[in-house]
Write a protein that binds this ligand. Structure first.
Ligand code: F6R
Length: 608
């Protein structure tokens, strides 16, 4: 979603800000802007609809903005169209301000400010905050007091950064239910919504907490809590030069991330199991024996990982498991029982709905577990138990390696649950770990499907609709395959449980409709084959994703079979994930869409 960068103490402030925006591009946005405080303290702003490159062009055309401090923003439109006049920073008198999130009481505040004679020029909810700050600076001698007074009036979720002509060299920040951190270097200070945006000299990160305000100067950060008291916050080393990511030899980040999976899945598995002993070794203690029910809550792809895991938790550990979409869960008055525990899956650890769901469960007294790819995220800080996925930074908006790392961690957790609950003896645990540990190698082999997928993708790129079918733990993978395809190629795709076909979706089948069937040679293979027959009889073009034995059995029934390496029950969804990711990726490449930053999408959805 929107991205924020603020800097002070850098002679090259404009370049630091624009480079920071470039590093945040992966989060998804539709306009960008920058404001630099010139040597005389006067603020100069430039904004552009569209990409950061368009902003850079405009800055270049006016010879750049000189100054030591400033703020910048990438905006993902919520209130007001994606036009330049709605782009941030917003100006009001002596103030410039950028905002992520939603100011829920902006209507009332705007009416009040207009009654005082203030004029608004955008359709955004954010502009009110700039006006409030400009007004407050007249009422408080200390600019931090003025900033605090503004924040106290806001309702909603926000991360904010501001500069003022009355406080040269200072950058003001505030966070509530949206990510923001401060950082310090030698004689420099920063604010950012994501550490990825920071330059190499940002050696110390300061993790702000909800309700905090901060005023960053050159080499200093004054953090205050929601009551305005000075606060010490958790610090960590900055990402430095090693935190940087590039595409390497790949055309897109998504392509790179698909190819990284054997390595990062291997790394994640190694954090959860003792490969040599064939035993589980979780990175944090989880008492599955004490649980009566596991609630898994997440959004999008992460929720699909949870749905795959439900099959594993129930069959390996006999642990009743429910999976909920976070935005539904948090508003449906969920009923809890003693022994319930809640597991939240989130790549970013900042997604608004699972974060609020976590808070809801915590308040209800449940043990809360966060499975996240971002060790210092808000969810990691707030959950009782934190479990990592070791995917490394995921830049492509469409999740790939984070998903398979989630699956591998969840498989290890299900094995641990099976052992703790007495459903699996040491031998069974060993067997399951051997199955899971083969995944990185088999995923590596599955990458060679690319050649076969490429011809298929050329065809799919001309389709209006594609269906994905699967059964058991591959049903959620059918959902994931459809989500990946629609996200980046904009083709209408749906995933269904193969057995549900006759209850409605089969009406979509007509001559030539592509149906991608996930069909390993498992206990349900014959049932899957009969679903294939049903769609084939109605003219569908069946593409099977099948292991060697299933490929032979389907020889006459599929128009094309992508043969995946033979894998055990736990590794199969991981291996077949590579196939559906390649299908989506290569189809999008043939369609010529913006693969890493698909339209309308944001990497981390920090607003409702
Ligand atoms: C799809 C995708 C999204 C995310 C979802 C949750 O490719 O990436 O569906 O999975 O927005 O995000 P996190 O995992 O950061 O909570």
């Amino acid at each position: 979603m929107c991205g924020i960068v603020g800097v002070t103490g850098r002679a090259d402030a404009q370049s630091v800000l624009v480079e920071g925006l470039r590093r945040l591009e992966y989060r998804g946005y539709d306009s960008a802007g920058v404001c630099v405080a010139g040597p005389d303290g006067a603020l100069a702003t430039e904004r552009a609809a569209g990409k950061v490159a368009a902003l850079s062009d405009k800055l270049g055309a006016r010879g750049g903005l000189a100054g030591l401090s400033g703020i910048a923003h990438t905006r993902w439109a919520t209130h007001g169209a994606a036009e330049e006049r709605n782009a941030h920073p917003h100006r009001a008198g002596r103030v410039a301000l950028v905002h992520n999130g939603i100011i829920e009481n902006h209507g009332a505040l705007k009416a009040e400010l207009m009654a005082e004679g203030r004029v608004f020029v955008s359709d955004t909810d954010s502009e009110v905050v700039a006006h409030l700050f400009d007004a407050a600076l007249d009422q408080h001698a200390d600019p931090h007091d003025a900033w605090r007074a503004v924040i106290d009036r806001l309702k909603g979720a926000f991360a904010l950064a501001a500069v003022s002509e009355t406080a040269p060299g200072l950058v003001f920040g505030a966070r509530k239910a949206a990510p923001l951190l401060a950082a310090l270097g030698p004689g420099t200070g920063y604010i950012a919504s994501d550490a990825m945006a920071l330059p190499e000299d940002a050696a110390t990160l300061i993790y702000l907490e909800d309700g905090d305000t901060v005023v960053v100067g050159a080499g200093s950060a004054d953090v205050r809590d929601a009551q305005g008291r000075p606060a010490q916050r958790k610090q960590a080393a900055g990402p430095g030069v090693f935190g940087r990511v590039d595409k390497g030899p790949f055309r897109h980040f998504m392509e790179k991330e698909i190819h990284e999976q054997p390595e990062v899945v291997g790394r994640t598995i190694a954090a959860y199991v003792h490969l040599a002993d064939g035993a589980v070794n979780l990175p944090a203690k989880v008492d599955f024996a004490a649980m009566n029910r596991l609630l898994i809550v997440a959004c999008g792809t992460a929720a699909y990982a949870g749905m795959v895991a439900r099959y594993w938790f129930e069959s390996l550990a006999g642990l009743p498991t429910e999976v909920d979409i976070a935005s539904e869960f948090r508003y449906r008055d969920p009923a809890f029982s003693p022994g319930d525990a809640a597991l939240f899956i989130s790549q970013s650890g900042e997604t608004a709905d699972p974060l609020e769901a976590l808070r809801l469960c915590k308040a209800a007294g449940l043990v809360t577990i966060a499975l996240t790819n971002t060790a210092h995220s808000t969810m990691a800080r707030e959950a009782d138990i934190v479990l990592p996925t070791l995917a490394g930074p995921e830049i492509g908006v469409a999740s790939t390696k984070a998903f398979t790392c989630q699956l591998s961690a969840l498989a290890a957790l299900a094995i641990a649950a099976g052992a703790q609950r007495g459903r699996m003896d040491a031998q069974a645990v060993k067997g399951a770990i051997a199955d899971l540990s083969a995944a990185p190698r088999l995923m590596g082999e599955a990458l060679s499907l690319r050649q076969g997928v490429d011809a298929l993708a050329l065809d799919l790129a001309r389709s209006d609709i594609v269906l994905f079918l699967g059964r058991n733990s591959l049903f959620p993978l059918a959902l994931e395959g459809a989500l990946k395809l629609k996200e980046i190629s904009y083709i209408h795709a749906e995933g269904y449980p193969a057995g549900e076909l006759k209850h409605g979706p089969i009406a979509l089948i007509e001559e030539g409709v592509a149906v991608i069937v996930l069909a390993p040679m498992d206990a349900l293979f014959d049932k899957t084959r009969s679903s294939i027959e049903q769609v084939r009889a109605r003219g569908a073009r069946v593409i099977a994703v099948a292991d060697a034995a299933a490929a032979v059995a389907l020889e006459d029934q599929s128009a094309l079979t992508l043969v995946t390496p033979d894998a055990g029950r736990l590794a199969t969804p991981l291996v077949m994930a590579v196939a559906v990711q390649l299908i989506a990726y290569l189809t999008a490449v043939h369609k010529g869409t913006d693969v890493d930053q698909p339209r309308n999408l944001a990497k981390s959805v920090t607003v409702e």
